[in-house]
Structures are given as C-alpha cells and as structure tokens.
Design a binder for this molecule. Structure first.
Ligand code: MF3
Ligand code: CO
Length: 252
C-alpha cells in the first residue's frame, strides 16, 4: 500500500528533513583525518536530539548506533567505531531523523583530506545520478523512469549499481512502499502521484556490482574491495514535480 501524505504530514517530514540537513552541515567539516566514526555518530545524535528529533536508526532491528558511517569499500550500514578516518578515505553518512513521528532519510559521501581523482569522480557521479532521477520525478511518470536514469548515468561513467539495496517510500515508517531501485526500465513500476514521499538513494560502486555482509551482520562491503558512494534525499511528489524534504529550512 502506498500512502499519500497530507500537507500536515509533509510539513512534519520537512521539519525532520531540515534537522537532518543541518546535521550534515555540522558533520561535513568534522570528516578529517584522525576523527573516529564514533565521534561523528555522537555529534549527530546530540544535534538531532537538541533539535527535538530522534535518530531513528538507533535500535532499528537492533542496529547499535545513531547513524551509519560507511568508509571506502563499505557500501551501507557501516557501524560507527573507534576507527579513525584517514587522509584519502571517503565516508558515507546515512541518517534517519524523525520529528513528531515522521521520518526523513538522507545520505552524503564526504571526502577525508585529499582524495584521489577517481574517488572524487565516484562521489560526483553518484550525486549526479540522484539529480538525473529527479528529471523524471513528477506525477504520471513511473518509478522505473527514476531507476533507469540512475543506472544509465552510473554505467555510462563506468560504474555499477548494487542490486542489493534500494530506495523506498517513507513517512510514519522508515521503509514503506514503493521500492525505488537504482536499476530498471523506463515506463515500468509504480506510477508517481502527488503526495507520495520517497527516499531516492543512488548507491554506486566503482567496480563490480556484487556486495556481501560482514560477520557483524550489518556492514555491507563491495565484493572486490573497490569504493562505494551513496547520495540520498527524501522527496515529495508535488502537483507538477517534486520537492526535496531533506534540505535546510528556507533562510538558513
Ligand atoms: N538509512 C537506511 C536507508 O536508507 C536504513 C538504515 S537501517 C539501519 O534505508 F538499521 F542501519 F539503521
Ligand atoms: Co533510505
């Protein structure tokens, strides 16, 4: 079942999204050599709670931390630890915030110190994939139009798309229908309607598309040890297009 949100619900998701966007403002400059992923998670939790939000990943199916911090070949669900970021790393911060029961979900991949040109290209193309998908985000288009836009841009740049993790609807729950894959065919899948809220999240791999989960039962890594990048926003489908929910409040 795909729920259509009221303007009140959308306003609450926007508030959650603005809290989340502000967390990235705080965390980005902290992604420096020597900083632990635990520290990033602790700061994120503090900023979220001080703003009246809840870091929803904490305790989600037993997930042990406030945010996900996936470094280099870690694709998703990297658990914050005493691991120190080092020069040349890339780190994906995937965060879910709720405000008065409504969720916002977003991810950014940040460089640590000076990174290689190829790592920068992966980060850039991953973000571009999101905005390629947005060219199709309006009522009447299909989820497959977004999926196809992501896949073709990634593959045209020599990268691959994981089949193991997808975007999703969200609202009162972190994960709702529909699924929003990063691969697929134009014209296929659910038809977008005004008031649908979805998290669109290109997860792009530098090498092979296969991933595996480490023995901690959470951390997904690339099978070939090459890099992964992730860019995600929550959006609402509007009358004639879309609006990003995970952005700073206007005027900030
Ligand atoms: N934020 C992730 C997503 O995009 C979900 C993380 S699940 C958790 O769907 F358990 F790790 F928090
Ligand atoms: Co998500």
């Amino acid at each position: 079942m795909i729920s259509i949100k009221s303007s009140r619900e959308i306003a609450l998701m926007k508030k959650a999204g603005s809290i989340l966007a502000n967390v990235f403002e705080v965390l980005e400059p902290l992604c420096k050599p020597g900083v632990t992923t635990n520290y990033l998670s602790q700061i994120a939790e503090k900023v979220i709670r001080e703003a009246g939000g809840i870091p929803e990943e904490k305790g989600y199916y037993g997930y042990p931390a406030a945010i996900c911090t996936s470094v280099n070949d870690e694709v998703v669900h990297g658990i914050p630890s005493n691991r120190k970021l080092k020069n040349g790393d890339i780190v994906s911060l995937d965060i879910v915030v709720s405000y008065q029961g409504y969720m916002a979900d977003a991810c950014r991949t940040f460089p640590v110190g000076k990174i290689s040109q190829s790592a920068q290209k992966l980060i850039d193309v991953t973000k571009e994939c999101f905005f390629k998908a947005m060219e199709f985000a309006r009522p009447g288009n299909h989820i497959g139009d977004l999926s196809h836009a992501v896949q073709s841009h990634a593959e045209a740049n020599g990268f691959s798309v994981t089949r193991d993790y997808t975007g999703h609807g969200l609202g009162k729950s972190m994960h709702e229908d529909p699924m929003v894959p990063n691969y697929g065919l134009s014209g296929k899948g659910v038809v977008l309607k005004e008031g649908m809220t979805i998290a669109v999240e290109p997860i792009i791999l530098e090498g092979r598309k296969e991933t595996k989960v480490l023995p901690d039962d959470w951390t997904a890594v690339t099978i070939d040890g090459k890099l992964a990048a992730h860019y995600e926003n929550s959006i609402v489908i509007t009358k004639d297009g879309y609006e990003i929910l995970t952005k700073l409040e206007e005027g900030k």
